[in-house]
Write a protein that binds this ligand. Structure first.
Ligand SMILES: [Zn+2]
Length: 383
């Protein structure tokens, strides 16, 4: 079941995925059109996953400059949307309230830079490159942008001019089996934050909420293209023929059911979106823990992810592995190996060897608790 299905899903995404260009005006998605079954069970229902984040601001002049206070407000607003603490959650139609979810994901600004030096988690640079978001320069300091920080440890978000006319709100790099040099999310400065430079009706910070959804593997609510035979692969979002824009009155229907056009993964106005579903929550958390585990903190108060001390190369884990994981002199309080459904298959609290010879071949997630930190490492078991 689920492991194979889950892997098939990601393989499908990997092969078809690339950057998704999105705007509320239009969105150039190139996701798979397959109707997929996804294992929607989360690894761990209870823990809040905090994502270590850096914001890079690229501006040509003061009209594009973003103040730190606006950045903080934007991150808080995305976290509220992900936690279902958004003030407009009561606007969710009653028929969808039962599937609306607290995704238990939040964003935290980085406290240490890639060299281990204290940082605000915000970098800024004036550039003379027009429409830098449409080039491959935004993530390269030598070409007028700002170098991405290790995408295995940070979520990189660039705020810059994408298109001059402002018809593209942002785009995200979808989950792939390898971290890419452009890994992260890009938001046009006119769609970033609440009020101030953000232009109505996209001035409540939801462009970033939407793009984080893509970055964590979500498709648009109507699927990869218009039609009732195409779905987003999430069972608790109703089939929907196509996108909605503006702020439609509820109800609207297509494909025989009421449409969830107030979902963050539709393209309605910011003031008219207000929920992620439980199915979307589980896919986002599974993506985070399986594809991007090094970005996860157990608390915003943690100065950095501990993954830096336990990179797989330093752990000397043979990965893929057949019989043993060698942990070297890594110190840990508790180790828990889980399969992709979140089921614990092996635990131990001491020793530098983990005997995996009895496990079936497949992908596993190793969680190591070290003091107050939880470290994640993807493990591939082969015959
Ligand atoms: Zn989109």
């Amino acid at each position: 079941m689920s492991v194979l299905r889950y892997q098939a899903f990601f393989l499908t995404v990997f092969y078809f995925s690339a950057t998704v260009l999105c705007a509320q005006q239009f969105c150039l998605t190139r996701l798979t059109a397959d109707d997929r079954a996804i294992d929607q069970r989360a690894f761990d229902e209870d823990s809040i996953l905090y994502i270590y984040t850096v914001i890079h601001v690229l501006y040509q002049d003061s009209s594009q400059y973003i103040e730190d206070t606006d950045i903080l407000a934007q991150l808080e607003s995305v976290s509220r949307d992900l936690r279902r603490l958004n003030e407009d959650r009561d606007d969710t139609p009653s028929m969808f309230v039962s599937v609306a979810a607290d995704c238990k994901i939040e964003l935290c600004l980085a406290r240490l830079d890639p060299d281990g030096q204290p940082t605000s988690g915000i970098t800024k640079r004036q550039t003379n490159v027009r429409e830098i978001g449409l080039t491959d320069r935004y993530y390269q300091t030598g070409l007028g942008g700002i170098d991405l920080w290790d995408p295995g440890r940070y979520l990189n978000i660039w705020v810059c001019q994408i298109s001059e006319i402002g018809d593209i709100g942002g785009f995200a790099e979808l989950p792939q089996n390898e971290l890419t040099s452009a890994e992260g999310v890009v938001i046009d400065y006119r769609f970033f934050g609440e009020g101030n430079k953000a232009l109505s009706p996209f001035d409540k910070g939801r462009t970033l909420t939407h793009e984080i959804g893509h970055w964590l593997g979500l498709e648009h609510i109507w699927g990869a293209k218009a039609g009732c035979d195409i779905d987003d692969g999430i069972t608790d979002t109703p089939r929907q023929f196509d996108r909605y824009r503006g702020c439609p009155a509820f109800p609207q229907s297509s494909c025989g059911t009421e449409d969830m056009f107030m979902n963050f993964m539709d393209l309605t106005d910011d003031r008219c979106m207000n929920l992620f579903t439980a199915g979307q929550k589980d896919l986002m958390r599974n993506t985070l823990l399986s594809v991007r585990p090094g970005l996860v903190l157990s608390s915003c108060d943690e100065p950095t992810t501990a993954i830096v001390e336990f990179k797989s190369s330093q752990l000397a884990i043979p990965n893929p592995a057949t019989t043993y994981l060698y942990l070297g002199d890594a110190k840990y309080d508790y180790l828990d190996l889980r399969d992709l459904t979140g089921t614990s298959v092996l635990t131990q609290s001491r020793g530098d060897l983990v005997n995996i010879s009895a496990l079936k071949s497949g992908t596993y997630l190793m969680l190591m608790k070290v003091k107050s930190k939880v470290i994640f490492q993807k493990i591939i078991k082969i015959p």
